[in-house]
Design a protein around this ligand. Sequence first.
Ligand code: PLP
Length: 398
Amino acid sequence: MELSKRALNIKESSTLAISARATELKNQGENVINFSVGEPDYNTFDVIKKAGIAAINENFTKYTPVAGIAPLREAIAKKLLDQNELKYNPSQIVVSGGAKQSLYNTFFAILNEGDEVIIPAPYWLSYFEMVTVCGGVPVVIETKEENNFILQEDELKNAYTSKTKAIIFTSPSNPTGVVMDKKDLEMIANFACEKDLFVISDEIYEHLIYNENKKHISIASLNNDIFARTIVINGLSKSHAMTGWRIGYTASSVELAKIMTNFQSQTTSGANSIAQKAAVTAIKSPIAALRLLIEDLKKRADYIYDRQQNIPLLTAVKPDGAFYLLINVTQCYGKSHDGNVINSAADFATYLLDAKKVALVPCADFGAKDYIRISFATSMNIIEDGMNRLEQFVSELN
Ligand code: PLP
């Protein structure tokens, strides 16, 4: 029987595919360095875990309101006011099973068949698939390494058509680690207001900035017009090491929040009750508790960038936030390792994994075909070992 063309078009996540191969090798007894996973290597704080355990003991295990429990929506609205200068009513917040679901809700709510969504590349790989699944058309803009992967006004103008409905971006970025400055956000905001576009601002890495000269600014805070047309996406996975709890949220107009709630009521009925209780505690925890983790990330970012700088044939832009380093491998093309000729970033990643047992992500699905991504959400010993192996691999190319 014929299956859904839309479903058949969905690609397997390439990050998960490489992780699976790394696990397979590990299970065969190989000493594998896994630089592919996009989740913090620290544990959920005890105080948050305790709130989850208390929720179970109090039998807080039933369906919740579809858009999230009132204390959580209130805590999120307060957080957005205190930390991001965004004034939302709790009725404008929709809590979901991770930011991924929040993004799906958003695209489902705003897109009609054929509507175009501008996605500056390198981008987080799921945006492309999500837009397609929701009937939209992704329009990818290749930003340039020499511009630090910051979107330029002429690039945006060239991508715009009468069908453009929205633009999505993330800052700090996965996979580049770049944090956008106010002037970069103003350029996008002015354009979106002039052309009457939605802006989807994925702020999931907002707390993980370790360049002291950079500060997270939500584009929605720039003025009333951009506030009204922005859907802010955020969640607790990365900032609070809560990937498995699955809590994300949107902040938007009341109208969109209502549509997304209706959609969610017919799909998942909302986020897990226990995780929502834990999330109230997480959101209310002082962000100062994150300081140590950020200092740790800074050490790793500095180390890994310096090591990369000393490996000939590789180039990268220094990350300001998140926990990724994006490396350009084009200078390795045409060279070979153990007789295997490298003609793409995927080749580089495959031969590196085979020869040195280092798993990292080739970034074609991130709109960056000549790049590999290292996730340094892992301990310093492992980073050091992995970088030694990477350096050796490149030195053996001929
Ligand atoms: N947005 C970006 C840019 C991400 O990197 C991720 C996870 O990798 C997500 C959203 C999804 O996060 P969640 O775990 O909340 O679904």
